[in-house]
Design a protein around this ligand. Sequence first.
Ligand SMILES: CCCCCC(=O)SCCNC(=O)CCNC(=O)[C@H](O)C(C)(C)COP(=O)(O)OP(=O)(O)OC[C@H]1O[C@@H](n2cnc3c(N)ncnc32)[C@H](O)[C@@H]1OP(=O)(O)O
Length: 401
Amino acid sequence: MAEGNPLFHVSNVRNRLREIVGASTNWSDHQEAMAERVTLLSKLAKSQNDLPAKRMEDSYLEVHLPLGSEPQLREKYLTFHNTVRFGRILEDLDSLAVLISYSHTYNPAVKRSPLSIVTALVDKIDMRQHIVYPDCDIKFTGHVTWVGKTSIEAKMHMSQYCDGAYAPVLDATFVMVARDPENKRAAFVNPLKPVGPEEEKLFQEGEANKSRRVELSTASLLKVAPTDEERKIVHNLFLNTLDPKTVSFRSRVLPPNSVWMEDAKLKGLEICHPQERNIFNRIFGGFLMRKAYELGWANACSYGGYRPSLVAVDDILFQKPVEIGSLLLLSSQVCYTQGKHIQVRVHSEVFDPLTQQHNTTNVFHFTFMSDRDVPNVIPKTYGESMLYLDGKRHFNQTVDH
Ligand SMILES: CCCCCC(=O)SCCNC(=O)CCNC(=O)[C@H](O)C(C)(C)COP(=O)(O)OP(=O)(O)OC[C@H]1O[C@@H](n2cnc3c(N)ncnc32)[C@H](O)[C@@H]1OP(=O)(O)O
């Protein structure tokens, strides 16, 4: 990518974002800052054709996280076991994806961007290396790889400096969505013009990713019945749990080396304080990912009896924004296992104690690996069987066989 593109220190990314949208630094000023943003409505493009096409290099960014050369940064990123907190990396990736999207939509004629860019989906994060060292410098790079009318795909890479060179750690693909200044309606983003065969390929992959997402959501088990093969799997799991001593569909016995799914849950609660807000005064997506990841990790750890490593993250869906002040209920479930692998789903919802209403805000999928084979997780109910199949689908998608 082009040389001379901006290079940021990780701690400057969020300051830069605040400047771009004119966000308040104090919670007490947030209403005033929001009122100012409303005046930017007239700056929105009426159609995508009114916006100049951008190139991939226009959004290319490099961000440094100098864990090796700035030891004072380390504390925030350190686990008890002297590795890097992956939840913190998720926060950095989220901020970077937003800054990349703002770089793509940058308009030198306006001081503040009228767009509110939010995270819609973490399509996937592939780990190329399982251990991240807390005392070596980290570098993130990334740029826009595809755009729709109001959505943007950004790909990012993280690498770590070891033995004289940067070695790849992970590749991440995020989908961001542009909204109006009040974050109420979708807003157009600049078209993207790929240059050369390499960029064409990235763009085509982005197009294919979009079609794949549509296909997956059409085949969702929340909408349609499982396939024939999946039905057989569920029926076999059911048959394996029937008590051979009784002629009954009701007496269920846990097979050896197995755990009922209902016993493989871990739950948590977050009170969403203003400190965790994003530049649009909603809860920061990276914070939600960190909390969900840590709960999912703790569940996988207690399930497998060993500290697991992360293999992949896929399909983190941000369905609804989380308002400041919400009670956020997080619920993690081991939903599929295979050999050393543990597939965990974390569901988060806001609960309104006054109306007693629950609303799903996010669903997260994480694949972990233990150092030894783990017990098989077994569904008992039909609903659990669907979670099991969904977990299996996610597992097959992320882990190479
Ligand atoms: C430091 C700063 C951090 C700031 C970042 C954050 O923290 S953000 C905080 C975390 N994220 C959030 O709070 C977002 C919560 N989710 C939402 O508000 C909403 O679900 C949403 C705005 C993302 C999407 O809403 P809708 O589905 O109603 O939007 P709409 O139908 O208008 O679609 C707008 C565009 O988004 C695309 N789109 C929507 N959902 C998508 C998905 N799951 N995967 C891919 N693309 C998706 C559509 O194809 C369309 O693109 P095209 O028009 O191109 O076809």
